[in-house]
Write a protein that binds this ligand. Sequence first.
Ligand code: FES
Length: 82
Amino acid sequence: MPDPQVVIHVNGSPISVPAGSMLSTALLMASAPCRISSTGEPRTALCGMGICLECRAIVNGVPHTRTCQTVCQEGMRVETQP
Ligand code: FES
């Protein structure tokens, strides 16, 4: 039996990920940064446990969402945070 999948939209592009995936993992699968630093560097999850804040992204319009603490939901919209 195939694993259930959910479709999320990362910077406007749909990607399919296993249900129950953390959003930070989905962003890595999509090769998408979570945010862009003030010096223009792409940043992604570092600690994976909600402390470093490197994984912040805009999720369903909410900025500063910790993607390492967020489970992917069908139809979720994620944007790289400037
Ligand atoms: S990876 Fe550190 S807070 Fe999310």
